[in-house]
Design a protein around this ligand. Structure first.
Ligand code: KG4
Ligand code: ZN
Length: 328
């Protein structure tokens, strides 16, 4: 049995998996406190992790129906993420490993998002390409094997989830508003308004221009006009994000010729982007995978599966590991 902890941003999470990678529990506590500020406040995130981590771990053990003594290894997100937030999970895991005399495994959060695919699809073929889109990251990953992957494209400014959330804020929706744009867009026409589709060099992305384009567009309209055309505005804005994401991903498919394509991260919940990815798979005749929603957004089950692979490969960590804020 392996216990996993995730505390890199605004979700305090713990999960348990067995030695075959079966998820026995996946517990998550989202920090509601940030909604009133329109974004995650790092100091408040660390404090909230501190307050809830013990309860979340207890729930995860209870749900998996095991005791602390049955945990044979502990995996924890080491980075990237908010330093104070990461420290809470890391210190908890170090203490637990020391007290129980079990291996400690530091996990890369990005790699864990990618490995979340193995939870429900352990037979997915390598090498595959993963489009990783969330509030904090937008990357194309070339995944050669579970522990061998590289970033081949990334955003040079905002993440796709940020483009959704900042757009949502401009439209008057509460944080995080990505799913609200998705909801309105389902009734709208994606081709009604022409928002710019970013095209920066190589396999990279940029979303800051799109955000500014929405701002200027809204400044020119009356509140009544915006209200009446909300569905079309959301659909067109979402279309520009999706098209930018899929255009570069399509180029990556042609260049790398993967055995499968996958979508991961919180933005993978977006109904439009999901449909577009499946269509891309059909177009290239390659299987396309999207994890269950609970494994798309930040969660500890993905840390468990990544931790298990590392543990089996003998890649355990020492007590002196430190958190990292950037991908490494
Ligand atoms: O992976 P995640 O839980 O955490 C971060 O890395 O931040 O992703 C959260 C992001 C937020 O930006 C949220 O607005 C976005 O995923 N998101 C969506 C949808 N559901 C969540 N964006 C667009 N459409 C959705 N349905
Ligand atoms: Zn994440």
């Amino acid at each position: 049995m392996l216990l996993a902890i995730e505390s890199s941003c605004d979700e305090t999470a713990a999960a348990v998996c067995d030695n075959q990678g079966k998820i026995l529990s996946n517990v998550l506590r989202t920090q509601a406190i940030h909604a009133q500020y329109g974004g995650v406040i790092p100091e408040l995130a660390s404090r909230a992790h501190q307050q809830t981590i013990i309860t979340v771990v207890k729930h995860a053990l209870e749900k998996a129906n095991i005791t602390k003594n049955e945990v044979k290894a502990i995996a924890v997100t080491q980075g990237p993420g908010l330093i104070g937030a990461l420290l809470v999970g890391l210190h908890f895991a170090k203490g637990f490993a020391l007290a129980k005399n079990i291996p400690l495994i530091g996990v890369n959060h990005i790699q864990a998002h990618v490995l979340a695919h193995l939870i429900d699809n352990p037979d997915i073929e390598f090498p595959f390409l993963c489009l990783l889109v969330s509030g904090g990251h937008t990357q194309i990953m070339w995944v050669k094997s579970p522990l061998d992957m590289e970033i081949i494209g990334r955003t040079i400014d905002d993440a796709a989830g940020e483009a959704f959330d900042k757009g949502a804020k401009m439209l008057g929706f509460p944080y995080p508003g990505g799913h609200i744009i998705d909801k309105y867009a389902q009734q709208g026409n994606p081709e009604r308004f022409d928002f710019p589709v970013s095209n920066v060099p190589d396999l990279n992305y940029s979303f800051s221009g799109l955000k500014t384009a929405l701002l200027y567009f809204l400044q020119k309209q009356t509140p009544e006009y915006i209200q009446t055309n909300l569905a079309d505005i959301c659909a067109s804005y979402q279309h520009a994000i999706s098209k930018a994401l899929l255009n570069k991903f399509s180029l990556a498919i042609q260049k790398y010729k993967p055995k499968a394509i996958t979508l991961a991260g919180g933005v993978a919940a977006n109904s439009y982007i999901r449909t577009q990815l499946i269509e891309l798979g059909n177009h290239f005749n390659i299987p396309a995978y999207i994890p269950a929603f609970e494994y798309c957004t930040d969660n500890a089950a993905m840390i468990a599966i990544a931790g298990l692979h590392l543990w089996k490969a003998g890649k355990v960590s020492q007590q002196d590991i430190v958190p990292y804020t950037m991908y490494q």
